[in-house]
Design a binder for this molecule. Structure first.
Ligand code: A2P
Length: 271
């Protein structure tokens, strides 16, 4: 079965496709419209955007123009990092909703726990969460979650949350697997979505990974994405290149335990 037909189930029972199309750094306009249109034509049914990416209008237009029934497509967007009060959270969601123009939002995330590292916005996060819960109860959002939240951020949010976060979208790739946070999320029924699953492209030239990829007759990108699936992490690869957009869903193979162990031990090479 193609990975495009597989899904995870969120803690509220909503199904989410196992692979999502990431749109970070895809400029608004023709480029985002074409990339999302191509992804949808090639079987993706899960698209990830954010208010901060500035491309919601093009993403929404591509979804609408695709002719695919709305309920077959899963769209995520995010509340900007600097919005930490109830009223502005409501207004920002309305703005995203209107730019997308696709009715409900499938998943809405708090993009960052704080706009700058080291600041404490625990109360602000609780306030914006309340707005997100209300939109969920009103049927405007199907599932809510967070992004880039640490264990401490999740715990302080849960002090007042009536609806528990269903997702934590974090940077996750071989060499950067955030083990403690990942284990915490799994233990608390929070799906981990991995952004930058190819380390924004930096992983692709790794000589050992090239050897592993050759064994499976696959690309390093495919091995890297498969690695996330082996770990039950939802990958969100980004590409504007048609062959790559297709290639990134052709993941019907499994990595040996030995290769997974090698990938587990990879050094953090983000610098
Ligand atoms: P491009 O968008 O020019 O096709 P990440 O998903 O980790 O953020 O990585 C995105 C980067 O990896 C982009 O530069 C993208 O390039 C590149 N990329 C995505 N898929 C592939 C692939 N299958 N092979 C090679 N490069 C890829």
């Amino acid at each position: 079965m193609s990975v495009l037909n597989e899904h995870f189930t969120l803690s509220n029972g909503v199904r989410i496709d196992k692979i999502g199309f990431g749109t970070w750094q895809i400029p608004d306009g023709q480029e985002a419209y074409d990339a999302v249109s191509y992804a949808l034509k090639n079987g993706y049914r899960h698209i990830d955007t954010a208010r901060a990416y500035g491309n919601e209008e093009s993403v929404g237009r591509a979804v609408r123009d695709s002719g695919i029934p709305r309920d077959e497509i899963f769209v995520t967007t995010k509340l900007p990092a600097d919005i930490k009060d109830y009223d502005r959270a409501r207004a920002s969601f309305e703005e995203s909703s209107s730019l997308l123009g696709i009715g409900h939002v499938d998943l809405y995330l708090v993009h960052w726990p704080s706009p700058q590292p080291g600041q404490d916005h625990a109360e602000g996060n609780q306030a914006v969460w309340r707005a997100m819960e209300e939109f969920t109860e009103a049927g405007r959002i199907r599932s809510i979650g967070v992004s880039n939240f640490s264990i401490a951020d999740l715990e302080s949010l849960n002090r007042t949350a009536r609806i528990r976060p269903m997702v934590n979208q974090i940077r996750w790739h071989a060499g950067y697997t955030q083990d403690e946070l990942t284990a915490y999320c799994k233990a608390n029924d929070i799906l981990v979505e991995g952004y930058s699953p190819l380390a924004t492209g930096k992983i692709l030239k790794h000589p050992e990974l090239e050897k592993i990829a050759a064994k499976y007759d696959r690309s390093v990108a495919q091995v890297s994405l498969r690695y996330l699936l082996e770990k039950d992490i939802l990958p969100l690869p980004k590409s504007v290149t048609p062959e790559r957009i297709s290639q990134n869903t052709d993941l019907d193979f499994t990595l040996s335990a030995e290769d997974v162990a090698f990938l587990d031990g990879l050094e953090d090479d983000r610098s």
